[in-house]
Structures are given as structure tokens and as C-alpha cells.
Design a binder for this molecule. Structure first.
Ligand code: DLZ
Length: 185
């Protein structure tokens, strides 16, 4: 059987038509892409915040709260639940999520390696617990639990050199709450 050479089968593509195809592809991808808006108006949030390392978690809380209000959330639509330490965050987050009253839960805590025996085990447990609560309840949970080696690193992430992870968690919660509404329609 005779084979047609590849060069004879394929038409050469001009650079212009190649650029057009690329532009079309980009436009199509843009049309098909969904991302949650950063608009918190009409949404309800639960914030679960650990008291342990309160010097840090208070800063995370203030910034998360500020992020929600600046994005249009109403004061009365935000509930704050305090728990003793990060270890208690997942169970409280789950209880809140299961009420069905919240569009997203924001989890805030600070685990310091120096302070915590079995640090890695606790970090894994808190992370797994928050993820599991999110997946099993279907309510977005934002992870604002700092896991740091030193207090200095935690301070940097609670408003100093590395921004504020509480604020970032609030924005993630807003985005995911809106995304859930968009993609579950
Ligand atoms: C006990 C403890 C220790 C040693 N370190 C921390 C920490 O660095 N960050 C934190 O959020 N919590 C810590 N805790 C408290 C535990 O999370 C938990 O509250 C207690 O073990 C009671 O269950």
C-alpha cells in the first residue's frame, strides 16, 4: 500500500492563521472559565478562631473580618466562634457547616512547632479535619491556620512582611462561596 507523504497531506499553516487560531483558543478558554467573584454581599460566614497563640490569631481574625466587610458582607451575617486551640477547629467548623446556614467557613489558628509536641501530627490532623469537613458537608472552608517554626514567622504572616493570612482566607472563602453557586447551578 502506498503512503502519502505527510508533507503532501497537511496544508502549510501561515503565521497569521496560526496567530488567529491561538487568539480564538484564548477567547474560547476565557468564555468557558468560571471563577468565583470577590463579592460577599448577601453571603453568610462562620469564622472559627483558636484562642491558643491569641496574639497572632486575633490579628488573623481582625483582618479576615475586615476582608469580609470590605467585600460587601453585612456585620450581622458574620458569626465568630472561639475554640481553645487549633485542634478543636475542625469539629467546630463541621458543626457550623452542618447547620446549613453558612456559605463558607473561615478557619483561623496558629500552630508553632516550638510550642507543640507532635507538631506534625497535629498539623496533619487539623488540615485533614478541615478538608474533610469541607468535602463531606459541601460547604467551602478557607484554611487560615498558620503552621510556623517560630513566632517571628507567624508575626510575618499575621500582618507584617508576608501580608495577613486571615485576609487571604476571607477572600478565598468569598471566592469559593460564589464559585459554588456558579458551578452547582
Ligand atoms: C496544647 C497546644 C500546644 C502545645 N500548642 C498549640 C499551638 O501551637 N497552637 C494551637 O492552636 N494550639 C496548641 N495547643 C492546644 C491544642 O490545639 C488543643 O486546644 C489542646 O490540646 C486541647 O485539646
Amino acid at each position: 500500500m502506498l503512503h502519502t507523504p505527510l508533507s503532501a497531506r497537511t496544508k502549510p499553516i501561515s503565521p497569521q492563521s496560526h496567530r488567529d487560531t491561538e487568539k480564538n483558543t484564548e477567547a474560547k478558554i476565557r468564555l468557558k472559565t468560571h471563577a468565583g467573584k470577590l463579592d460577599a454581599s448577601g453571603l453568610h460566614f462562620g469564622i472559627v478562631v483558636a484562642r491558643f497563640n491569641e496574639f497572632i490569631t486575633d490579628r488573623l481574625l481582625r483582618s479576615a473580618y475586615d476582608g469580609l466587610l470590605r467585600s460587601g458582607a453585612k456585620d450581622q451575617d458574620i458569626n465568630i466562634i472561639r475554640v481553645p486551640g487549633s485542634f478543636e477547629i475542625p469539629s467546630a467548623a463541621r458543626t457550623l457547616a452542618e447547620t446549613g446556614k453558612y456559605d463558607a467557613i473561615i478557619c483561623l489558628g496558629c500552630l508553632l512547632r516550638g510550642d507543640t509536641a507532635h507538631y506534625d501530627v497535629i498539623v496533619n490532623e487539623v488540615t485533614r479535619g478541615i478538608g474533610q469537613s469541607a468535602q463531606e458537608t459541601g460547604v467551602p472552608h478557607a484554611f487560615g491556620v498558620l503552621t510556623c517554626d517560630t513566632l517571628e514567622q507567624a508575626i510575618d504572616r499575621a500582618g507584617l512582611k508576608m501580608g495577613n493570612k486571615g485576609f487571604e482566607a476571607a477572600l478565598a472563602a468569598i471566592e469559593m462561596a460564589n464559585l459554588k453557586k456558579t458551578i452547582s447551578r
